[in-house]
Write a protein that binds this ligand. Structure first.
Ligand code: SF4
Length: 82
């Protein structure tokens, strides 16, 4: 979650939920080299370092208040954009 992000196609991000119950792209318990879900790998790399991510991708986690916080950020109305 960030008001400013380096992601090219957006200005801000918010993750009100982290983690996932899994699918064929991320099978809990399978070797990491066999997992192909980007969100799963991203969580493995960033958990504990970035509060946007769940501590365990296999256990979906709610982050109460994040949407309300993001909804209070200013929009792009009246701003010049490149
Ligand atoms: S987030 Fe990953 S594991 Fe979850 S449904 Fe999507 S692709 Fe599958």
């Amino acid at each position: 979650m960030s008001m400013h992000t380096l992601i090219q196609w957006t200005d801000s991000t918010v993750n009100p939920v982290g983690g996932c119950g899994g699918c064929e792209l991320w099978v809990p318990g399978a070797p990491i080299e066999e997992q192909t879900c980007y969100a799963g790998h991203s969580t493995q790399w960033r958990k504990g370092k970035n509060r946007a991510f769940a501590m365990d991708f296999n256990v979906p986690e709610l982050f109460p208040g994040r949407m309300a916080e993001a909804a209070a950020w200013s929009d792009l109305l009246g701003k010049e954009r490149a």
